[in-house]
Design a protein around this ligand. Sequence first.
Ligand SMILES: [Zn+2]
Length: 485
Amino acid sequence: MALKISNTLSGRKEEFKTLKPGEVTMYVCGVTVYASSHIGHAMSALTFDVIRRYLEYKGNAVRHVVNFTDIDDKIIKRAQDENVEWKSITERYIQEYLDWMDALNVKRATVYPRATEEVDGIVAAIQTLIEKGNAYHASNGDVYFRALSQPNYGALKHQSPDELNSGARIEVEEAKENALDFALWKSAKPGEPSWPSPWGPGRPGWHIECSAMALRHLGPQIDLHGGGADLIFPHHENEIAQSENLTGERPFVRYWAHNGLLQAKLVDPETGKSSVEKMSKSLGNTLSVGKLLEMGDPDMLRMFVLGSHYRNPLTYTDESFEVALTSLKRLKSVFAPHETWGDPDSTVGKAEATAALEQAVQTAKAGFETAMDDDFNTPAAIARLYELVRETFKGRDSGASGAALQKARESLAELGGVLGLRMKELPITNGSQDVEPFIKLLVDLRKELKTAKQYQLADRVREGLKGLGVKLEDRPDGTTWIFEK
Ligand SMILES: [Zn+2]
């Protein structure tokens, strides 16, 4: 089946065809490293991690570039507030970001270029744009891109320049020829970090760094460009204008993919009224990735993100993670340490049950791929995995062979892994890992009591555990147990 992907530029779902068969060039806008990342940033990283993993599962070699914006006003301000060099701020948050993404099982990008390490390429790009008449050195010392020099400026947002001008909140800057023009180079104010350029000391604007980095690390045209929906305008619109005029190649990006934003409840401290707003540092309705990682299974956030289609906005509430954790438990239940599955090499079993389970594996795999081929429909893909979990337990209960059970579990681990879930490596324990040996001890003790015909005491163990939320289930091959809510 062919993979289809929603392209923001065309506004349609299109078949995904890369410039070179079997290879994907992918650029995703990264973070500005002036503070700790919140789960909204992680959501974008998780979304494109799943997209990348699925492209790889389909047999593609993916070259994945994620930038760090390591110079801007907020970084300069933070450094001034802490009275340290700007570099110590950016180093701190880049390292923290990478550590947190590792903990979330986000695959490392092929390259993480930093704006301050790409200044040469950026300056060369700006110079070319000036020579071509797309940019100008203004009276205030800054260099601006002439937005209207790009034919169809506004195409990504599906608005005309007039609509953009009236709709967007654009700062009126006297030095600009047109309100839609945007800065490529910002001249340095006294005391600010700066780099030399033909237009005097200064630093690059935000938009140009992505064009220069994509060009340098991926080439003049790229297959897939991702980012949050809030980047469509002006950031990605500007990237198109810069890149296409710089290289003369169109389109700069073959497929534009944007994830919906993470929203969270915001309570007005004065009126007490609550509303749902985009999660943002400036609004103060954020949850840091570090806090999240203290809350238990690090796959929980991924599960929350996968539960909704990536293009839709997602709202975080207090219950969000409870729901995600319940789903995760269901999905990982076949890998719970207390479950027993018989000999994985044994082909002995009831023929009908074995055949039914083998069929269920095929059906789940095909259904999973159909769902993912349809613009990475993760909620539908996960539904196929739930079905396979059910069928696997059913297969065990109805006497499928150990080998068939093993194959079903391996398929679940593989497909879950395509979504980045650590099915085997991180079995669900709900923070109960510490008590498992004790439960096992009591289960063994109860077995001995039953053998010794001490039924009253054996029942006391069962009832006692039940009171603590642990349900025992006697099966022909032994006793299993689960945590009940
Ligand atoms: Zn960018």
